[in-house]
Every structure is written in C-alpha cells, then in structure tokens.
Write a protein of this length. Structure first.
Length: 393
C-alpha cells in the first residue's frame, strides 16, 4: 500500500450532493413547464457550489436544452468532460476569449457592437456560422444593450453571414418578491423589442427572460425558454414565491464530532471568550469553520446531532466551531452532525444560514469552500462529481 494524495481518508467534514433529489427537482420543474417551453440549466460557479458537471449531466438527462455558465473556464471544463449540449456564456466576453468560444461551440451573449464585429470575424475565420443570443437590458443596468436601442444591434447580427440570431434575452432584477411591478415593466420593455423584431420580419427561435423567480411567478413571461438555477438545487428564491410540492434541497453540509469538552461554571469557549458557561456544560467540537464557508458568527447558529438542535457557542474559528450538547447526553466522539440539511425531524435550511450572515441563499451556497469535498449520493456512484475529480478514492 502506498500512502499518497489519491488514497488518504477524507476529513470528517464534507458536503453531500443528493443527485436523486436533483433529478426529482428537475422532473418536477419540467412537469410544471408547458411542454413547448425549453429549460436552460444554470450551472455557473460550479452549479452554485453543487458541482457543475454532475448538475449539467443530470439536467441534460432530464431534458434541459442546454446550460448557462458565467466564465470561459467553466464552459471549457464541461466541453473537456464531453458535454456536447448548447452552452450559453452569460455576461460579457473579452475579445481575447472569442476564438475559444468559436472553437468549442460556446454560445456568446452579444451586448454591444464591438464583440459583435469581433465574433463575426472570428467565426468567419473558422468557417463557421455561430449562434448568438442578444442580451437586452430592460432595467437591471448590468449587461446588455438598452431596450430602446436594441433593434439596430439585432439587425446587425442578422446582417452578419457568420452569425445566426438564435436568442434574444433579458434578466429580471426582482422576480421573486410579491410586488411584480418592476418585473412587469421590464417584461413590457422586452415585449416592445420582440414586437419591433416581428414588425421588421426578424424571427427569433428563443426569446427568454425568466430565472427561478420568473419561472415560478411570471408565467406570462416564459416565452420560449426559462433559465433556472437556484430552484434546481431545491431552494425557493424567496419566502413569497409560488411553491412546487416535492422540491427538496440537494446539498447537505456535515461534520463529525472531533472533541468533547466538559466545562465547569464560569469557564469560557473559543477566541475572544465570547461564551461563559453558566453551569456545567458539555461542548462538542466540529472540525469545520469560517474557512470552510460557515458564516463567521458568535453564539448564533448551530448543528443537528442525534436528531436534535445543538446551539453554537462562542466565536467560530477558521477550522472549528463548538456546539452545546449538554441536553443531548448521548453524543459521542465522531457522531455525525448536520450544519445544513436534515437530521431526524429537524432541518437547518440555507435560508437559516443566510440570515446569520445577513445575506441570501445564493451567497451561502457559493461560499462553501472546495476543501469541503463534495460527495455525490443517490445516483452519484457512477458520477464524476465536478468538484470531486481530484478527490481521494
Ligand atoms: C444566474 C442567472 C440565472 C439563474 O438565476 P436563478 O435565480 O438562480 O434561477 C438566470 N439568468 C441569468 C442571466 C443569470 O445570470
């Protein structure tokens, strides 16, 4: 036996990705969508930390038309792994990237005339006619051509023989709140653009606007495709948007008890002495900290152990946090604890963790660090988890 970096034991803190739930969520989303509306799986930033390759693979198997990504590197990783489906690069491309996009058939969003010209030239050099999606900004003021200036840009795409107008899209800045007035204003602006295209005799195969919130709550805006990220991973973007029964979280964060301390009254816990034991207390140490992406809290949050809630005490460290297990006397060394997810009848949701850092679920998901290995479960046996490729076997 050799002892190398391929076969060492995994640390007792990890993330489980339930691919069975991912598949079920996708089936439920697919079933909820009218059959003619396509689904684009948004798998940017390692599928919000879930592992882009697994998420893309399952989504495509469940009928997604293609995947949306943020960076050239993300898209190349999927191509290198053999994904042949359409891959749409959201955001803005630098001209240097365009040759790679054309060589690997990555679809570019065109937001302005410089990239349009450069992409047309590059495609012509490669002897290809490449599909493009024109991004229209309708009020978000991020990427895209303004809605009231979009028609000339789209006409120029149509005039380039090496470009093929495949899509026209926009993005909502608020689709998951009860008040839909700004989303509806954005959609009205987008509809002006698509109506103008029709009048100009320009047909577009894929008009798309909706993210998870829009998919759930703005059915009149579905058009030809919806771009779903968060909901695939089993999380609703807000407390007020429509629910689909059966959607369940895909990610759980776990660690095992790595030390147990018994405190006498008046003794303190952790950096800064932020917790003082009022009486005899039993404290379990979990080997996971803010260096793994847990919010940097003091005396807030907690874990589930033996199916019960153990509150976090003291300040969290980079590599460890302490929870009070006085009321759970059965707790032993190496018991499994859940930092995010379910155990027994209890649950700690991504929204609970988001509250601890005054942020949103997207932020919690994408901040779990890579040193927490992603372990695919329920259908993950044959999978090559996107984040697992370098993992010890
Ligand atoms: C991230 C992103 C989405 C997906 O948003 P969710 O709220 O996760 O569904 C859709 N479209 C664009 C342009 C995005 O950047």
């Amino acid at each position: 036996m050799t002892f190398n970096s391929q076969n060492f034991p995994l640390r007792p803190a990890w993330i489980e990705i339930d691919l069975g739930r991912l598949r079920r969520n996708l089936k439920l989303i697919r079933r909820d969508l009218p059959p003619q509306v396509r689904l684009m799986a948004i798998v940017k930033d390692e599928a919000y930390g879930h592992g882009a390759l697994d998420a893309a693979r399952v989504a495509l198997e469940e009928g997604a038309w293609g995947c949306g990504l943020s960076t050239l590197e993300e898209a190349m990783a999927l191509r290198d792994a053999g994904v042949t489906a359409p891959l749409l690069l959201l955001g803005q491309r630098h001209e240097e990237e365009l040759e790679w996009c054309v060589a690997h058939d990555l679809t570019v969003c065109v937001n302005e005339p410089h990239v349009l010209r450069a992409l047309a030239k590059t495609a012509a050099l490669f002897g290809k006619r490449v599909p493009v999606h024109v991004k229209v900004h309708t009020g978000m003021s991020r990427y895209g051509v303004r809605w009231d200036e979009a028609l000339p840009l789209i006409e120029r795409v149509c005039a380039e023989p090496s470009l093929q107008l495949e899509g026209v899209m926009t993005h909502f800045s608020q689709s998951d709140e009860r008040d839909k007035s700004f989303a509806n204003l954005q959609f009205a602006r987008f509809s002006e653009v698509t109506a103008a295209l029709e009048r100009a005799g320009i047909s577009v195969r894929l008009k798309h606007a909706c993210n998870s919130g829009g998919f759930l709550d703005l059915p009149h805006a579905h058009q030809d495709m919806v771009r779903v990220g968060l909901l695939m991973f089993g999380v609703f973007p807000s407390a007020v948007c429509r629910r689909i029964a059966g959607i369940e979280p895909v990610m759980s964060v776990k660690a095992r008890v790595a030390a147990i301390q018994t405190l006498k009254p008046g003794e303190v816990v952790g950096y800064g002495m932020r917790y003082t034991a009022p009486d005899v207390r039993r404290i379990a140490v979990l080997p996971i900290g803010y260096g793994d992406g847990y919010p940097r809290v003091r005396n807030a949050g907690g874990a589930l152990i033996r199916g019960r809630r153990a509150p976090l005490v003291g300040g969290i460290a980079m590599d460890a946090l302490m929870v009070d297990v006085t009321d759970i006397p059965e707790v032993q060394m190496w018991d499994e604890a859940v930092l995010m997810g379910c155990q027994g009848g209890e649950e700690i949701t991504v929204h609970d963790l988001a509250k601890l850092k005054n942020s949103v679920s997207y932020d919690v998901f994408t901040n779990w660090r890579l040193r927490l290995r992603r372990k695919p479960v329920n259908g993950g046996d044959q999978a090559v988890c996107g984040l697992e490729t370098a993992a010890p076997k």
